[in-house]
Ligand binder design. Structure first.
Ligand SMILES: [Zn+2]
Length: 81
């Protein structure tokens, strides 16, 4: 079996299992939106903002560089890179 076949088989198995589970699980008793079709909930939840874009310390050193550590970093020194 090739790697691709293996991957596909795994995916299909997982998909079938998810289908089974959603079929077996009692439908949500709560509000049933009449219009909206059941959203295809994908495996991934909304991704969190990348850590790289988190707030930075922003401290500036004498040569105008900006600290690249995270805001409120524990390190005593600022990092300019
Ligand atoms: Zn800093």
């Amino acid at each position: 079996m090739s790697k691709m076949d293996n991957l596909r088989a795994m995916r299909e198995a997982r998909y079938a299992e998810a289908q089974k589970r959603s079929a077996a699980a009692p439908a949500k008793p709560a509000v049933k939106a009449p219009v909206a079709p059941p959203a295809a909930t994908t495996k991934k939840a909304s991704p969190e903002p990348a850590a790289a874009t988190e707030e930075l310390c922003g401290h500036r050193n004498m040569s105008g560089r900006t600290c690249t550590r995270e805001s409120g970093h524990a390190a005593k020194s600022h990092r300019y890179s």
